[in-house]
Design a protein around this ligand. Structure first.
Ligand code: ATP
Length: 289
């Protein structure tokens, strides 16, 4: 009995540690306080609301988000677009509760993130950034971070779902290939695919994705795009989008400027409005031509 309990405790703490690892931007661990009376949210649907959020980074006085309100229904894919410093990353970090608002609240399914039990929140909201695409270890370990209890069959199934199985199987040691060793070095596109397999396995209600900026060749970009579409299905997503193809698959585009939403609509609507997104779309399209 005690052995079983100890095993469970060990498994739980390594699972929690692994989840914290993938939920976080590594060098910047969340420093937010744990809820005093945590609300359990084991099966989040993924609706996100910003209710009159004001936010300044700790130790600074400048408002990065002035009275920001936003409603994102469960399942919606939102692309965040805007010039550097517009507030995209800040928004993404508030959704992932790396920080708490100075006033107002960010809510998941109507519950203030500050109240949601931490393990439930870390399971419900997963952030994938360029920094945490890969950790040391095997390819299988990297995918399993999404669900530390996953069997090899589940890991391979997740890889297959996002179209990564073939290239992984072709690596020197297949799924056991060490991603840091010679021969295990993955291309930028492959690293993204592994991160998507991990996210698919983690299956969060809300995925926050800072898309890689590295340019990919056309076949790789298509593969990454297809993987992304698989990962986005049936969950809420916020994507800091760097590729036109990604923005165009979003349900909704938010154009930010100085922490304010200046355009909000489907890609088609915004292209029709001939505003900033339309100009960006034209510039993007021309750069690809
Ligand atoms: N850790 C921080 N401490 C203080 N100010 C910060 C911090 N991170 C960002 N800022 C400021 O907050 C504002 C919004 O930055 P944010 O990183 O959210 O923009 P962004 O749209 O993601 O830009 P980029 O495209 O360059 O990543 C900027 O003025 C930025 O200087």
């Amino acid at each position: 009995m005690y052995d079983e309990l100890a095993m469970f405790a060990n498994a739980y703490s390594s699972a929690t540690a692994a989840l914290e690892k993938i939920s976080g931007v590594l060098e910047e661990e969340p420093s937010v306080p744990e809820p005093a009376s945590p609300v359990a949210l084991p099966h989040a649907r993924g609706a996100i609301r910003f209710a009159e959020v004001e936010f300044s980074y700790p130790g600074t006085s400048r408002q990065v988000l002035p009275r920001f309100s936003l409603d994102v229904p469960a399942g919606q894919t939102v692309a965040l677009v805007g010039a550097t410093g517009a507030g995209k990353t800040t928004l993404a970090k508030l959704v992932s509760r790396f920080y708490d608002p100075s006033s107002g609240s960010v809510q998941l399914d109507g519950i203030d993130l500050r109240s949601v039990a931490d393990p439930d929140l870390r399971r419900a909201v997963v952030m994938v950034t360029q920094e945490n695409f890969l950790f040391s270890g095997s390819v299988a370990d990297n995918i399993a971070l999404g669900k530390p209890t996953a069997t090899r069959a589940e890991i391979e199934a997740a890889a297959a779902e996002v179209g990564a199985h073939e290239f992984i199987a072709a690596l020197p040691d297949g799924y056991d290939t060490d991603v840091r060793k010679r021969g295990g070095r993955l291309s930028a596109g492959q690293r993204q695919m592994v991160a998507f397999a991990r996210a698919f396995l983690a299956d969060p209600a809300v995925l926050v994705l800072d898309e890689a900026t590295s340019s990919l060749d056309v076949p790789t970009e298509r593969a990454v795009q297809a993987a992304l579409e698989t990962v986005l299905a049936d969950r809420t997503a916020f994507i800091i989008a760097h590729r036109l193809s990604t923005v165009l698959i979003a349900d909704r585009v938010l154009v930010l400027d100085g922490g304010i939403v200046v355009e909000d609509g489907s890609p088609e609507e915004l292209i029709g409005e001939r505003g900033r997104f339309a100009a960006l779309h034209t510039a993007w399209r021309d750069s690809l031509a």
